[in-house]
Each structure stands twice: as structure tokens, then as C-alpha cells.
Ligand binder design. Sequence first.
Ligand code: IFM
Length: 500
Amino acid sequence: MSVLTRRHLLRRAALSASAATAARVSAGASTTAAVVGSAALASACDPDPESDPNRVPEPESRLGLRFPDGFGWGAATSAYQIEGAAKEDGRGESVWDTFSHTPGKTRGGDTGDVAVDHYHRYETDLDLMRELGLRTYRFSISWSRIQADGTGTPNQRGLDFYRRLVDGLLARDIAPMATLFHWDLPQSLQDAGGWESREVAYRFAEYADHVFRALGESVPVWLTINEPKTVVQNGYLHGHHAPGHRDPAAAYLVAHHLQLAHGLAVSALRAATAKSRIGPALNLHPCYPAVEGAEAEAATRLYDGYENRLYLDSVFKGSYPVDVLDDLGPDSRMVRAIRDGDLKIISAPVDLLAVQYYTPIYVTPSGGTVRRWPTSEATWQQIYPDGMYDMLTRIQRDYGDVPLTITENGLPTADTLDGDTVDDPGRITFLRDHLAAAHRAIAAGVPLESYHVWSLLDNFEWNEGYEQRWGLIYVDYPTLRRIPKRSAHWYRRVIADNGI
Ligand code: IFM
């Protein structure tokens, strides 16, 4: 493994460190809290702007940009981050239950046991989505609710929950978009080798088949694996995500098996229904040289290979990038694990690509990184909206006219509850500027069909616990009351106007 690769790994480790302390009271959180929900959101859209306490000043909110008719305005969540109900209705343990319950692994010892109790409050959350005017909602399915041990007969009570959720969305005219895997691998499968085991990819395809047969056509868009790169880097290189390994050789083996699982799930959907669409959900980071010169260019190219092309080329070109394979070396566990036919499975045609954009990366000649732009409360995130434009146009340039959806984009802000309001102008500015970049990409011919804010609700931000607030809707953790932030009121206007 090259010096560059090691620098890449070290940088990611450095990014995982952060300073704040946890403040959440999760244990014993009330499940009977009042909700400041629909009514608050609706009244904030009162036609008399002067009477509206959440009124957004015009210069901040209006750029005069209209999106194409029918553009999909959405928001996103994931199962472990919001559901709670960790031991209910036959749900088995996942790697995130194990990890978050291991002392020292999450900020303040926070866990997803209760999270924001979406499992019990989904009707409230659905009503909030309707009041926002969402046209699409992206959520994930917890594998261990469907198969407690990751194999065998599906758990009907788990399927029923997602059936209720999907029906509730459809009843409110919101298109469901479901992710099959957002990092919560059943612990039993981890015990059997986790993603280092090729077998787990085949168990994933079986799980996907159960879900497709239960919900298939009711969900128009399916996403396979959420951010395989994050599992590789955070879960297996740096260990600050479940399962908490620090093993570069294992990490890229895992990358291959996650890609294989993606491809097998695409085939499973095709066998189950011809009506729904499917694609991968990739967090893509545009990489730029930090300085001029051939060395920085070369280092940036390889960095891009690990960040982006490893996942894009395999799906859209049917090959892994040669520079990355060379850098890993022929004796790497990943390279040795690739079997004849695997890339054909992985590159089974998809219907769309889900892009998650958060930050650019600036690469030095020696393969290190530097920061160029202000960061959000998440210190790994530099705020650079043009990076979204660059990534969207680059995808079209390098991979053709694949339909695109942005399935995550957002930032954490230091929100505080003041009475019944939460003022988060930083989120409005961030979303507005990124939407302007998305609009520019559409104008340049990029087939972008929808956009999902990360996240609908404040939630469990993995090893960061509940400290970072990423939601459009504030969650008062002691009571679990929901309070739409000022950005939620702004986003409702954006959706109603179909523009910014
Ligand atoms: O919260 C996560 C999400 O689960 C995956 N993408 C990035 C988000 C913010 O870190």
C-alpha cells in the first residue's frame, strides 16, 4: 500500500475527531410528549407575512430560480438514526446496537435505543412531511427488523411496520424512496464474518428479495447500499463506526463485497418486479489539487479513485479503477477476492444514481489534505456549494445521462429551542446555495430529478450521538417533541414555489 494511501487513511482518522460533548438525555425519554407539528408548520405559512414570526427576509430566500415542473422535493432519514424501538416486534440486534452500547464508542454513550421514537410516532412524522409539502421521502429499512439474525423467514411484524409507513406516505401523496441497507447489519451476520464474508452479500440479496416481494411496487425507487465508502472508511479503516475495525486490508475486501451485494440486489429487484427503479446511494466528494503542479494532480487523481471511482466505475463501467487496484497491489485481499463474473453482477444496469454531497477534498502533492473553506459543526465538512455542481456535471461527463437524485445534502447547526421556535439561518443559506448549484447543473443539462435534505429530523448522528443537529425539524430529546425549524418553514415555501 502506497504512502499516499496511508496519508488518505490518516486524514480520515483525523476528520473523525471532534470537540463537543454530548447533551442528550436519551434513557427514559418520554414517549408521551406533546408535538408542535402540523399546526405550527401550517400557521407559519400564513398568507399574511407580517404576522408570521418565522418570516424569512426576502433577500435570504429568493434567487428567482424555478425548478423543472414535477421536481421531487424531499427529505431523508435512516432507520437506526430515528426509529428507536430497538427491542420491539421481533427486531434483532444490529452492529450499531453492539457498537453504541460499547463504552467509549459514541459521544456521551448515546445509543439508538429510543432515537426519536419514529417507530411509534411515524404518523406524526408523516403529517409533518405532508405539511412541509414533501413530494418524496427517503427512509431505510432495518434488516434486523425483517430478519432478526439476517437469514431465514422474514418477520411479518417488521414488514408490517414498513407497509404502514409506505401506505401512510402514499395516502399523503408522498413518493416513498427506500434504502435497503443504511449500515445496520444484523449482529449475527457480523459474528459470521460481516462484510468480509462473501456469503453476506448473498444473504443481503435474500433479504432484499423478501422486502421486494412484500413492498416492491409500492415503492417506486429503491436504493441498495447507503454510502458503501463510509462502511469501508469509518467502519473498517478508522473504526469510529460499527463494527469498529482498523484494518485496511479488510476494508477494501469489504468494499468489493458491498459492491457485489449491490449488484445482487439489483438482480433481485428485476426478478421481483419490473415497475420499480433501483440504484446505488453514493457519497461522492469532488477532489481538487491543493496546489498547482503535476504531483498534486497525480495525488488528487488517486485520491479521487478511492473516494469516487472505486464505487462509480464498478457500477457504471464494469471495472474497478486500475490506479486503485495497482495501489492496493495484486496480493491485497480485495484483489484476490474478485472472481470472474463479479464485475458483471456489480454493473447490472441501474435506473438511477443517488448522490450524497457534503464536502470537497483538497489534496496535497504528498496525498495529504488541507481545508480551504469554512466548516460546519461537523469539522469534516467544508461548505462549498460549487462542489455539488462539479460533481453532478462530472458524473454526466464521465458516466453518461444516468438519471440523478440527490438523496442527502445538509449540515448540522447549533440549534436552540426558544419557546416554540428554532432559528437556523445557517441551514437556510446552506440549502439555498446548494439548490442554486443544483439548478445550475440542471440548466447545464444534468438529468437531476429530485433533491432530499439530510435530514427530516434531528437524529442519532452515529459516533457523534445526538450532539449534532442535522434536521429541518428540531427534536427536543427529553420530551421527543417535534418543532419545525425556521429552515423547515423556508423549505415549505421553496416546495410550494418550486424554486428559490
Ligand atoms: O447522518 C449521516 C447519514 O447517515 C449518512 N450520510 C451522512 C450523514 C451526515 O453525517
